[in-house]
Design a protein around this ligand. Structure first.
Ligand SMILES: Nc1ncnc2c1ncn2[C@@H]1O[C@H](COP(=O)(O)OP(=O)(O)OP(=O)(O)O)[C@@H](O)[C@H]1O
Ligand SMILES: [Mg+2]
Length: 512
C-alpha cells in the first residue's frame, strides 16, 4: 500500500487544443496539507477540477489513484461519495435558499414520508455553525443575508457535512476578514490532526506557509517542484512561482504630487437593506494630482460603499458632494463618472466588473466603444488592434482574445478589468481591492502600473485590506472604521500597528 491517499500522475488537460496543464504530478498523504502554488493561470484550479471530476474522467489524460485504486469518476457526485470535496474559488451558494438548505443542497434529509426534514437539517446546520465559531448565524435565514466571508464559511460547513477525507480549498480566504481567516486556518488544522488530507490553494503565501506540510508549485501548466514546507519560506515559493528572485515586492517610484484635483465632501451612505443605518457617516477627503491615496480599514468598515458613491454604483441611498478640478459633478451612474474622468475597478469582479459570457477583448473595449464607431459602424479592425495592445500591455493570459472572459483564471479576469478602466484615460482612478486573487508577479505589474499612472498625474484612490500593500505603495493613508474617517496619515514611517489601532478606534497620536 502506498503511503499516499491520493496520487495524481502525469495529468494533462486541454481546452480546445490548448494545454492548460501538462504532465502534472501531485501526491497527498492522509493528514497532510499540500499547498498548491502558482501564478494566475498556472493551472491550479484546473488541476483541482480534474481531481473533483468537474472535468469527468475521459476529458483529460493521466491517472488518479485514490485510496489504492484508480479513480475514474464521471461526476462530482461520485468524487464526493469517495470523500473528495472541493470548495471552489468562486462562491457557489444559492442566494435565495437558507443557510441550512445550502448546506444540504443535493443531499437533503427527508422524513419517512419523503418530505424535507427541516428540523433535522436546521439542527445539524446549527451544530456545524457552532463548530465554525459562528453560533450567531440563523440557519433558517437566506444565505444572501450574510457577508461573502460568512458565506464562504457556510461553504466549509457544507463540505464538512459531506464527510470529506480530502478537502480541496481553492482560494478560500480571499473574501474573509482576518478573524474569519483565523477560524478557517484553525479548523483546517483540527481536521488535519484527525487525519483529513487537504489541498490548499492561496496567493496569500503566509497562509500557505502556516498550514502546508508540503508545497507543490506549478508554472504555465507544468510541474516546477515539490518540497516540504520546512525546507521553504515564502521567498523561495515566490521564486519558484515566478522563475526568478523577487527582492522587492513594491516597485516604489518617485512621483510628483500636485494640486488638489478631486474632493469628496460629506459622503454619507445608508444601508441598502436597512435604511435606518448609516454605513458611511460624513466622510470628506481630498485627492491631489499624482497622489496615491490608500484607504485602509477592516472588512465591513464602509470603504467599498464610500467609493461606490463616487462612481455612481452604490445601490442604497447616499449623499455626497463630488468636485473634480473645481467643478461640481452630478454622478448618478457609472457612465457619468467615466465621462467626467473618474474610473473604478470594483471589488466584486463577478457582479460589477465583467460581462462573463462576452469575450475578454470586448470586455476591455466596452468602456470606450464609441471611439471605434465611424458612420454608425464599428471599426472591428481598430477595435481588435486596441484589444491586442491591451492584452499584451497587461499580460492577460488568454488563448485568444475572443474567449469568454469567464473562462480565464481569476487573476487574468482582474487584469482585463483593470485594462478596461484605464482605456478612458481617467483623471481619478479608484481601485477597490485591485490585487485580490492576484499572484505576486501580477501584483508587482499592477503596482508598477499604479506608479506609472501617478507619474502621469493620475490621482489614485486605492482601497485595500492588505496592509503591507497599502503601506507599500501609498503616499497617504485614510483609515475608515465603522463608517467614519478615523485617520489620515502621511505614509512616512507609518506602521501597520498605527493603522490598525486607528481602524479599530483606539486613540492614536501620530495623526497628520
Ligand atoms: N473552460 C476553459 N476554457 C478555456 N480555457 C480555460 C478554461 N478554464 C481554464 N482555462 C485556461 O487554463 C489556464 C489555467 O487556468 P486556471 O483557472 O487553472 O488557473 P489558476 O492557476 O487557478 O489561476 P488563478 O490563480 O488566477 O485562479 C488558464 O490559461 C485559463 O485561461
Ligand atoms: Mg484558480
Amino acid at each position: 500500500m502506498s503511503e499516499y491517499i491520493l496520487e495524481m500522475h502525469d495529468i494533462t488537460k486541454e481546452f480546445s487544443g490548448v494545454k492548460a496543464i501538462e504532465g502534472i504530478n501531485l501526491k497527498v498523504r492522509a493528514g497532510e496539507c499540500v499547498g498548491l502554488c502558482g501564478e494566475n493561470g498556472a493551472g491550479k484550479s484546473t488541476l483541482m477540477k480534474v481531481l473533483s471530476a468537474v472535468y469527468p474522467h475521459g476529458t483529460w489524460e493521466g491517472t488518479i489513484t485514490w485510496d489504492g485504486k484508480e479513480l475514474k469518476a464521471g461526476s462530482i457526485r461520485e468524487t464526493e461519495e469517495a470523500g473528495i470535496v472541493i470548495i471552489h474559488q468562486e462562491l457557489m451558494m444559492v442566494p435565495h435558499l437558507s443557510v441550512a438548505e445550502n448546506i444540504f443542497l443535493g443531499s437533503e434529509l427527508t422524513t419517512a414520508g419523503g418530505f424535507m426534514d427541516y428540523p433535522r437539517m436546521n439542527a445539524r446546520a446549527a451544530e456545524l455553525m457552532a463548530m465554525l465559531k459562528m453560533p450567531d448565524i440563523n440557519v433558517a435565514q437566506k444565505v444572501s443575508a450574510y457577508s461573502g466571508g460568512k458565506q464562504q464559511l457556510v461553504e466549509i460547513a457544507k463540505a464538512l457535512n459531506k464527510n470529506a477525507r480530502l478537502l480541496i480549498l481553492d482560494e478560500p480566504t480571499s473574501a474573509l476578514t482576518a478573524s474569519e481567516t483565523r477560524i478557517l486556518l484553525d479548523i483546517v488544522k483540527e481536521l488535519k490532526a484527525k487525519g483529513m488530507a487537504c489541498v490548499y490553494i492561496s496567493h496569500k503565501l503566509d497562509e500557505v506557509a502556516e498550514i502546508a506540510d508540503t508545497v507543490t508549485v506549478i508554472r504555465d501548466g507544468t510541474h516546477i517542484g515539490t518540497a516540504p514546507m520546512a525546507e521553504l519560506d515564502t521567498g523561495k515559493i515566490i521564486s519558484m512561482m515566478v522563475g526568478r528572485e523577487m527582492k522587492n515586492l513594491f516597485p516604489r517610484e518617485a512621483h510628483d504630487i500636485g494640486e488638489v484635483v478631486f474632493e469628496a465632501r460629506n459622503i454619507t451612505c445608508w444601508d441598502a437593506t436597512n435604511p435606518e443605518r448609516k454605513v458611511v457617516n460624513n466622510i470628506s477627503f481630498e485627492l491631489r494630482k499624482g497622489e496615491i491615496l490608500g484607504v485602509a480599514g477592516l472588512v465591513g468598515a464602509g470603504r467599498t460603499e464610500m467609493v461606490s458613491t463616487l462612481f455612481g454604483c452604490y445601490p442604497g441611498l447616499y449623499e455626497a458632494e463630488v468636485i473634480l478640478e473645481g467643478k461640481k459633478l452630478k454622478i448618478r451612474e457609472p457612465i457619468d463618472a467615466v465621462r467626467n474622468g473618474i474610473c473604478m475597478v470594483p471589488e466584486d469582479r463577478k457582479r460589477q466588473g465583467i460581462v462573463p459570457l462576452m469575450g475578454v477583448g470586448h470586455n476591455i473595449t466596452m468602456s470606450v466603444l464609441p471611439r471605434f464607431i465611424t458612420g454608425g459602424l464599428i471599426d472591428a479592425e481598430a477595435e481588435m488592434a486596441q484589444i491586442q495592445h491591451e492584452i499584451l500591455r497587461m499580460k492577460v493570459k488568454t488563448a485568444q482574445p475572443l474567449l469568454p472572459i469567464a473562462s480565464l483564471s481569476g487573476g487574468n479576469q482582474q487584469k482585463a478589468v483593470v485594462a478596461k478602466m484605464l482605456l478612458p484615460e481617467p483623471k481619478v482612478l479608484i481601485l477597490d481591492e485591485p490585487t485580490r486573487g492576484i499572484d505576486v508577479g501580477a501584483k508587482y505589474e499592477i503596482y508598477k502600473l499604479i506608479f506609472e499612472l501617478a507619474k502621469q498625474g493620475v490621482a489614485i484612490l486605492m482601497v485595500s485590506s492588505e496592509l503591507p500593500e497599502v503601506l507599500g505603495i501609498s503616499d497617504r493613508v485614510l483609515v475608515v472604521g465603522e463608517g467614519q474617517l478615523r485617520g489620515n496619515f502621511i505614509n512616512d514611517g507609518l506602521t501597520q500597528e498605527t493603522v490598525l489601532a486607528a481602524a479599530i478606534g483606539k486613540p492614536v497620536t501620530a495623526a497628520a
